[in-house]
Design a protein around this ligand. Structure first.
Ligand SMILES: Cc1cc2nc3c(=O)[nH]c(=O)nc-3n(C[C@H](O)[C@H](O)[C@H](O)COP(=O)(O)OP(=O)(O)OC[C@H]3O[C@@H](n4cnc5c(N)ncnc54)[C@H](O)[C@@H]3O)c2cc1C
Length: 313
């Protein structure tokens, strides 16, 4: 337990051992935390906590814009995850707010779906318990699990990879404690597939910083990217990153001449994985339905669509 603050600081409750809640402003809170936890660098996230901030965000919910733009970094995502994570808002409350704003079910389906993912990961946690910390299945990458590094490389941890996108995601993660879903997916894929770091090292690092940090959503999503909790690894290419980030990183990136994400999905798959054929051959639900409808047994082999054909999240 931290020791009593100095006499110049705000008063510390004698009995509870809790931090003081009666602070004049956020600067005072920032100062107090700096004094009490000098080993924790940085300052407060600009994201505001509490019910009033949550309600303000809830009032801005726009399910139709969300459906069209959620994969874009500048899209109309809700930013509600920290409030949901800490019980400031319930999933049912967010669901009801969605229903109030739509004219047909189609308009809200995407956002309701995502709330469903949150609920799904929580249920998986209930079933698996501490098992979420272990790989759920074998990797589909063809690599020996022991070949992945167990420590996060220092250049990733400190945002010095020289890749404008990844360094910006590191900065946002450590200063805001929040990242857009696509940035989380890109960063996790970079850490696991390009840098060959075990998903657990990346997942633990995310949990150190995320204000919405939740062991189930986080660890199982990292495993989904790594392929120990999905039928194939998630990866991306430069075109995908440029499109959904509106090109904001690549234009000024000092590594643009040697971008590791440059190439077709097929080229990157050859470069990153040992199991290329089998990764491409796993039919997705969409392709299976299509095959059933058309009666043709089309093979995905060689289509280079592995990542694009993945279930969208
Ligand atoms: C590698 C990785 C790690 C992640 N770690 C976490 C985590 O620790 N905590 C966490 O809450 N989410 C996590 N997610 C899921 C998702 O990225 C965040 O919930 C989302 O980005 C939060 O932003 P938002 O509130 O604007 O989401 P919105 O897109 O506006 O969605 C509304 C709500 O639905 C839920 N939601 C949305 N997408 C997902 C998803 N893919 N999985 C589960 N729930 C979702 C969240 O509660 C979110 O607040 C992770 C995803 C990945 C790929």
């Amino acid at each position: 337990m931290p020791s009593q603050p100095s006499s110049t600081s705000l008063s510390w409750p004698e009995q509870s051992g809790d931090l003081p809640r009666d602070l004049p402003d956020r600067r005072a809170l920032d100062r107090l935390l700096g004094e009490q936890f000098p080993e924790a660098g940085g300052s407060l996230s600009p994201l505001r906590g509490g019910r009033a901030a949550a309600e303000t965000k809830l009032a801005r919910l726009d399910p139709r814009r969300y459906t069209k733009s959620r994969n874009h970094l500048k899209g109309a995502v809700t930013g509600l995850s920290p409030y949901i994570r800490h019980g400031v808002l319930s999933l049912a409350e967010v669901r009801d707010a969605v229903f109030q704003r739509i004219r047909s079910r189609d308009e809200g389906i995407k956002l309701i779906n995502e709330l469903g993912w949150r609920d799904f990961w929580q249920r998986m946690w209930r079933d698996l318990g501490d098992g979420i910390h272990d790989s759920q299945e074998e990797l589909k990458t063809g690599h020996d699990p022991a070949s992945y590094a167990r420590e996060l490389p220092e250049d990733i941890r400190t945002g010095r990879t020289g890749l404008a996108c990844m360094d910006e995601f590191q900065s946002k993660l450590t200063t805001h404690g929040w990242l857009h879903n696509h940035a989380r997916m890109w960063m996790a894929a970079y850490v696991v597939h390009w840098r060959k770091v075990h998903w657990k090292a990346g997942a633990d690092w995310f949990l150190e910083h995320l204000l919405d940090g939740d062991p189930s959503s986080n660890h199982l999503s990292w495993q989904w990217v790594a392929s120990s909790f999905s039928h194939k690894p998630y990866f991306f290419n430069k075109g995908n990153l440029e499109r959904f980030s509106d090109g904001q990183f690549c234009r000024s990136c000092s590594s643009s001449e040697r971008c590791p994400f440059e190439g077709s999905y097929e080229q990157l798959e050859n470069q990153l994985f040992a199991n290329q054929g089998s990764i491409r051959d796993v039919p997705t639900r969409r392709s299976r339905n299509h095959q059933q409808r058309s009666g043709r047994q089309q093979s995905l082999k060689g289509s280079g669509q592995a990542a694009m054909a993945r279930p969208k999240r």
